[in-house]
Every structure is written in C-alpha cells, then in structure tokens.
Design a protein around this ligand. Structure first.
Ligand SMILES: Cc1ncc(COP(=O)(O)O)c(C=O)c1O
Length: 390
C-alpha cells in the first residue's frame, strides 16, 4: 500500500501512545491522559435513558449543524460567555468533540505550506492537525522563568508573509497556564496587524483556580470576524467518550466548516448531542462541582511534588488539570524519562517533547485521577527517586 504523505507525516500523540504501552505494565497507575476519573453524572445518564425510550429521533442522523434544541442551548451558553446575542442557527455548529471542531477549523483555513503559530509548549494534537492540513507549525516559545508568560517579541518574530493562523489554547494544556487579558490583547493586536485568523481552544474555560478571572477571546469584539472558538463537553461534564463539542464562528466560517464536517462525520453522534442537551438543561442544583474536586486534586498533587524538590521543579497551574514539571538530576530525554517511570515505577506520564520543542526535559502529569491514585503514583515515584539517589 502506498500511503499519503499527509498521513505518513503525522503520528498518534504520545498522550495516547503511553497508555497503550502501559497495557504491558500490569498495575500501572495513570497520571497520563486527561480523563476525569468520575463517571458521566447520573442526571445526564438518566435523561438519555428516558429519551432513548421515548424519542425515536435519538437514533437517527441529526440535522446538519446539530440538534436544534442543543444549538439553541449552546447559543445561550455562548451569549453568557461573550456578553452578546449569539445566533444558534448561523454561528454555531455541534461537532464530534472540540477535537473535530479544531480539526475542521484548521483544514478549512490552512493551505499547503501556510504557517500556523502554536504556543510552545502547547497541546500535542494541534501540531498533528496543522501537519495534516498541509500547514507548517511555527512554535512560539513561552517563558518558563516567568510562569510561562507570553513573549511579545517572540510572537512578532514568528510572523512571516506565510502566516495565516494563530492557535490560542486557553487555559493551556499541558502547563495549566491562563493567558491574562494583557497577553490576549497583545495576540489580538498581532492578529489584526498581520490579518491572521485566531483559532481559540477554550476546552478548559470552566476550570480556572484560586478565583482568578478567565479572560476569553470572545470578549474582544474587534476580532469577531477573525475568531473561531472551540469548546468541549468532555471535561466539564465528564463526557470524554460521548464525543461532543462545538464551534462558534462567523456564519461564513460555519458554512465552510460544515462541508468538512459533512464529508467526515455527517453529524456528531445524535445520542451524545442529547446527552449534551441534558448536561446544559437538566443539572440539579445540588450536583457536585467538578471544579472543586479538581482543585483539591491539584493541591494534593502539588503538595506531593513539593516533597520531591530534588527531582522536580514546577510552575503551579492556574487552570485545566495538568502540571508540567521540569525534571532535574538526569540527562534522559523526556521520552526515556517517561518510559523509565512507566517500567520502573509503574506510573504513566506523558513525555514533554510531545508538546513542542520547549517541552523537552519535562513530563506532563494529569490530576484527572482520583486522590488515592495520585497518592499511590507519588508513593511509587518517591521510591523510584530514592533508588536514583543511590
Ligand atoms: C486542549 C484540548 N483541546 C481539545 C481536547 C479534546 O476535546 P474533546 O474531547 O472535546 O474532543 C482536549 C482533550 O484533552 C484538550 O486537552
């Protein structure tokens, strides 16, 4: 078989490769993939069961841009985020996860050899999506010394006549960095100056800690015509397997994106769209707050990292549910470091190199895992570290 270069050029991200390798390590504990350990909430499951019995439409393709009731509920959520009216008919499309929304956005905009600016370290799948689109990822390093802050000079130096898009993941996976309003203002100014589109990945917008404000790119009206924002139900509602998310963009973008969506998947799974509708409309007042759960896990994980200061240094995450510690003491590549942690300590982590060149010498730890798993993983890493000291 002669495979397309487009596909030969990309790889399955290390985020998915490490758990596959871990199948050969019985009893491995995972701080790897970003999956909340909790089940999809009972109120969502109950509502879907009810609709499965009563509404035959749930087993059929949905109308093109999504189930109408969901689009309208999403438009309501977006109006709250953006502080303006949102037209669910023309400005929203329901995707098979934020991933499909991002993919659709990139393949709709990027021509062969167009350059796409990605902050580094950044989300591994954005890199593969740009490559698959035929584009060239151009990495804009963030500054670890100043808590992964934006370096305006580095951003401006990265722009060339071939630059077409800036991808802004906020909060940022893998560092948990939250861009400040001033940093976003700078990105907005560069995008306008050089006529660039902005693709925002705000999958973790609900997950910002310590009362810190979350400035969304939606709050900059001056980029309304060049902004494509992507959102997910996966993390906020513990629905990673349902595969549903959405895109908010100007109608002209939605028209193009729908051609890609139709050619690739026809529609997001209808049953999952109903689940998303339940998530937005049927939530009981006393439902546990996933953010409070994750904040406790973050604090636990950071306290365990503090006990390993000879091995790790880190910048505390401001959002999402990842920490990106730099390891000391060893010259191992991050791939080798993660493999040794897997085989010798039986802990799954993700090598930092998966997240761009600045990710080397780091690993990504997820605190989607339960508190007992975090403790168990760190007990094992402490033992492993003690052996490294011998
Ligand atoms: C930054 C970011 N964007 C998108 C996704 C994918 O979201 P979804 O499950 O909605 O496709 C993830 C999943 O981990 C993510 O971390």
């Amino acid at each position: 078989m002669r495979f397309a270069k487009r596909v030969e050029n990309i790889q399955v991200s290390a985020i998915k490769r490490m758990p596959l390798l871990a199948r050969e390590v019985p009893g491995a504990v995972s701080l790897g993939q970003g999956i909340p350990s909790v089940a999809t909430p009972a109120y969502i499951r109950r509502k879907v069961s009810e609709w499965l019995e009563t509404d035959p439409a749930i087993g059929k393709y949905s109308l093109q841009p999504g189930v109408p009731a969901l689009k309208s509920a999403v438009a309501g959520v977006l109006a709250g985020k953006a502080g303006r009216e949102v037209d669910g008919e023309s400005e929203v499309f329901i995707a098979a996860g934020a991933m499909e929304a991002l993919f659709t956005a990139l393949v709709s905009l990027v021509d062969q050899d167009d350059e796409v600016l990605l902050f580094d370290p950044g989300y591994a799948s954005h890199i593969e999506q740009v490559l698959f689109s035929g584009g060239r990822p151009v990495f804009v390093p963030l500054s670890e010394e100043t808590d992964w802050s934006l370096d305006e000079g580095a951003l401006r130096r990265a722009v060339t006549p071939r630059t077409k898009v800036i991808v802004v993941c906020n909060p940022l996976n893998p560092t948990g960095k939250v861009f400040s309003a001033a940093e976003l203002q700078c990105i907005v100014a560069v995008a306008r100056e050089y006529d660039l589109a902005i693709i925002a990945d705000e999958t973790y917008d609900f997950l910002v800690y310590d009362g810190r404000p979350f400035p969304s790119l939606l709050s900059f009206p001056e980029i309304r015509d060049r902004l494509i924002s992507c959102y997910s139900f996966s993390k906020q509602f513990a629905m990673t397997g349902w595969r549903v998310g959405y895109m908010y963009a100007p109608p002209s973008v939605i028209d193009q994106a729908l051609k890609v969506h139709d050619a690739a998947v026809i529609c997001a799974p209808t049953i999952s769209q109903y689940a998303a509708l339940a998530a937005l409309t049927a939530r009981p007042d006393d439902e546990a707050d996933i953010k409070a759960i994750l904040q406790r896990r973050r604090d636990l994980l950071l306290s365990r990292l503090d006990r390993l200061q000879d091995l790790f240094s880190y910048v505390a995450p401001q959002g999402a549910y990842y920490v990106f510690p730099r390891y000391r003491k060893t010259q191992l590549t991050s791939e080798m470091f993660a493999l040794r942690l897997l085989h010798e300590a039986r802990v799954i982590t993700i090598p930092g190199s998966a997240f761009g060149p600045s990710g080397e010498d780091h690993i990504r730890l997820s605190y989607g895992a339960a508190e007992e798993e975090i403790d168990e993983a760190f007990d094992r890493i402490e033992l492993w570290n003690a052996k490294l000291n011998d």
